[in-house]
Design a protein around this ligand. Structure first.
Ligand code: GAF
Length: 364
């Protein structure tokens, strides 16, 4: 059996947070940072995992079921379980995993791992399937095996990324439309400030946001918040917290569409303003930011960023900002200083660029 190598990137979501499981819109990019899985199939009924980043030596049976596997191995085990449950072939062997996607930073290191494992397994078994199917299998593994009730955005971004393109995703039809996103042509960069405050989606806060949205949908008599429009719908939601959650989703969906238009017009001031509004909505209505993250956003805006917002599921992770390329060094230094003055841990600051999506590498 031949060795196969597959790679899948992390992602940054430019705008559209918690809209995926509400069948709304989002606009992520795939990152250059990626996870590589080198798979040597051996025909046994176990997967042996090796990883420099996560420590060597774990293994699980191909027949492992939800609850059988703990720690990071649950992600590969979960997607292989979901692949097999969907009726596809799986084989045992050794998977050597390496990654430069920061872990727990809200940049989808888990989706990168899931997609790389699935592409490697499918290559080893000569199984072909479209990328939406791969994404859904990865999501099922994450939801039903790992126990994180996440949506489909991260996997679709990792699988469909393109250099210098953002992906306008409509989660109702699962359509993915690449839109030009080459900031360098406009003298700008996407500056990322990793707060280094880790987050997790298997904890209760993410799930409680999802429950709020589902409860409000039931109140409104619809199967998803995608089916409702207009601010006056909010008057029908008595629960004050749920009303604010829905307001975030409805306004965020519109901000995604407005952002796509701003990008098409080359209007990055407008895009920046929409990013800043998105952050306020996440802070005040969806309540998924933290004082640490809010401080980073405020600092970036006060030092001249065109826009700044937290990216990802929330409660830590990264802030992204649109910054003139000439100001990157000064801006990074000022923000780092503001964060230190406020007594928070030192951030990691870097420039991100939209990169290609997951792929099987031809030369292992
Ligand atoms: C996490 C989830 F995995 C995504 O599905 C999405 O809901 C995101 O948080 C918030 O937009 O990354």
């Amino acid at each position: 059996m031949n060795t196969v190598v597959a790679q899948a990137p992390g992602r940054i979501n430019l705008i559209g947070e918690h809209t995926d499981y509400n069948l709304g819109f989002a606009m992520p990019i795939a990152l250059a940072e990626r996870t590589t899985v080198r798979f040597e199939p051996d025909g046994t009924d176990r997967i042996f995992l090796r990883s420099k980043e996560e420590g060597d030596g774990s293994s699980f049976a191909l027949s492992a079921r939800p609850g059988d596997v703990e720690g990071w191995a649950a992600y590969p085990a979960g997607v292989i379980w979901a692949l097999s449950a969907a009726g596809h072939d799986v084989v045992g062997g050794t998977m050597e995993v390496s990654s430069d996607v920061p872990i727990g930073a809200g940049l989808s290191s888990s989706a990168a791992l899931e997609c790389a494992v699935l592409l490697a397994m499918n290559a080893a078994t000569a199984t072909t399937m479209d990328r939406s199917t791969v994404a859904r299998i990865a999501q099922r593994g994450e939801n039903d095996f790992v126990g994180a009730p996440t949506g489909l955005m991260d996997q679709l971004a990792s699988l469909n990324g393109e250099p210098d393109r953002a992906l306008l995703i409509d989660f109702d039809s699962t359509s993915v439309r690449p839109v030009e996103f080459d900031l360098s042509a406009h003298g700008l960069v996407l500056l990322v400030v990793n707060s280094n405050a880790a987050h997790q989606h298997s904890t209760g806060e993410y799930a409680s946001r999802r429950e709020s949205c589902n409860r409000a949908s039931r109140t409104l008599g619809v199967d998803s918040l995608r089916r409702v429009q207009g601010q006056n719908i909010l008057d029908r939601i008595e629960n004050e917290v749920d009303r604010r959650r829905v307001r975030h989703i409805l306004t965020e969906n519109q901000r995604v569409l407005d952002s796509a238009q701003a990008m098409a017009d080359g209007d990055f001031r407008r895009l920046g303003a929409l990013m800043a509004q998105s952050h306020v909505s996440m802070r005040d209505d969806f309540e998924i930011t933290t004082p640490h993250i809010d401080l980073i956003v405020d600092s970036l805006l006060s030092h001249g960023a065109l826009g700044a917002r937290m990216t990802g599921g929330g409660f830590g992770g990264c802030v992204i900002s649109l910054v003139p390329a000439a100001h990157v060094e000064a801006m990074s230094a000022s923000v780092t200083e503001d964060i230190a003055d406020a007594g928070f841990p030192a951030p990691t600051v870097f420039v991100a660029r939209a990169a290609a999506g997951a792929q099987v590498c031809t030369d292992p």
